[in-house]
Design a protein around this ligand. Structure first.
Ligand SMILES: Nc1ncnc2c1ncn2[C@@H]1O[C@H](COP(=O)(O)OP(=O)(O)OP(=O)(O)O)[C@@H](O)[C@H]1O
Ligand SMILES: [Mg+2]
Length: 193
């Protein structure tokens, strides 16, 4: 599965381009397929890597990252404006919530994921609920929501970082054994607030 890594900070020589170019080259040397996208109009990454580099490069043109994030939020607001028109459809809530999550507003995202749950439970809602709790550093609630997501649909855990995924799969295997032995009274609960 592709991974997107952002090396970001405001303009001003803290080492973003140096770190990006070195990481991209390291991974390309390890035979990974790497695309380095330079979001700075100055385009130093291009110039530094040169034509013989094993790293593919692309220049991000258009609005800066800050403007892009504001656009993400605008997409969220648009999605939410359709929620009353589409009662019972969790997708506008989900898109809206995810836009708040990526713009660093986990509490707002959480409220909307909960609203999405109000239309009926789906494992992808539980998964994102877990992400929102994690963004709020509410580790126990995050683990509970992620466990519930994985209990409903283990495949959905593939999108999580490997250490958390592996730990959850162990817990799910234990619960499964309990279920088969008749020791499980109820599925793992979602956090209540
Ligand atoms: N770890 C480091 N130790 C010492 N010097 C460094 C280190 N990392 C980067 N530099 C030097 O600091 C300067 C700025 O680095 P770089 O251009 O990577 O920063 P930047 O964050 O991309 O800057 P800008 O915001 O202008 O794009 C360069 O001269 C680079 O060689
Ligand atoms: Mg730079």
């Amino acid at each position: 599965m592709p991974r997107i890594i952002i090396v970001g900070n405001q303009k001003g020589g803290v080492g973003k381009t140096t770190i990006s170019v070195h990481l991209a080259t390291l991974w390309a040397d390890q035979k990974k397929r790497v695309l380095l996208v330079d979001a700075d109009p100055q385009g130093s990454a291009y110039a530094w890597l040169g034509e013989d580099s094993p790293v593919d490069t692309a220049q991000h043109v258009g609005p800066g990252i800050g403007d892009t994030l504001r656009q993400v939020q605008a997409v969220g607001e648009l999605a939410l404006s359709t929620t009353t028109a589409l009662p019972g459809d969790p997708r506008p809530w989900m898109i809206g919530a995810s836009s708040f999550l990526v713009t660093g507003q986990p509490q707002r995202a959480l409220d909307f994921y909960r609203a999405a749950l109000g239309t009926g439970e789906r494992s992808e809602i539980d998964l994102n609920l877990g992400r929102a709790y994690a963004g709020l550093n509410r580790r126990d609630a995050a683990d509970a929501a992620l466990l519930r997501a994985g209990w409903i649909s283990p495949e959905i855990l593939a999108s999580l970082p490997q250490p958390s995924r592996d730990a959850l799969l162990v817990k799910i295997a234990d619960l499964d054994a309990d279920l088969r032995a008749g020791r499980l009274a109820a599925p793992p609960p979602l956090p209540s607030d």
